[in-house]
Design a protein around this ligand. Structure first.
Ligand code: SF4
Length: 98
């Protein structure tokens, strides 16, 4: 049996209009990053429903930005990431092109 791997945490998220954002922390279980032209947070959602669980801080579940220095096999290996406004209101600010 393999040990469960720790996924990178979302250390801070400035997208305060997102339903998963409570006081600049993301409370989704895991988020997905990536799109063809920038490191977009695909978990971002504006909804009247409050999202996530207060006891959780989100992890990066998957990232399709294979051109990022932190990306290997479409997984993020950064120690942690921050999310905020970039091309969109919610993008990975830890993205670094190779
Ligand atoms: S740091 Fe790079 S690999 Fe990690 S989530 Fe952001 S864009 Fe993806």
């Amino acid at each position: 049996m393999t040990a469960a791997m720790e996924m990178p945490r979302v250390q801070e998220c400035a997208a305060s209009s997102c339903s998963y954002n409570h006081t600049n922390n993301c409370h989704a279980f895991a988020i997905t990053i990536g799109s063809s032209d920038h490191a977009h947070c695909h978990t971002f959602v504006e909804s009247p429903v409050r999202g996530g669980l207060d006891q959780l801080i989100a992890q990066v579940g998957a990232c399709s930005r294979s051109d990022c220095t932190h990306n290997s096999d479409l997984e993020c290996h950064a120690p942690g990431i921050t999310v905020g406004g970039g091309t969109d209101v919610a993008d990975c600010m830890t993205y670094r092109g190779r």
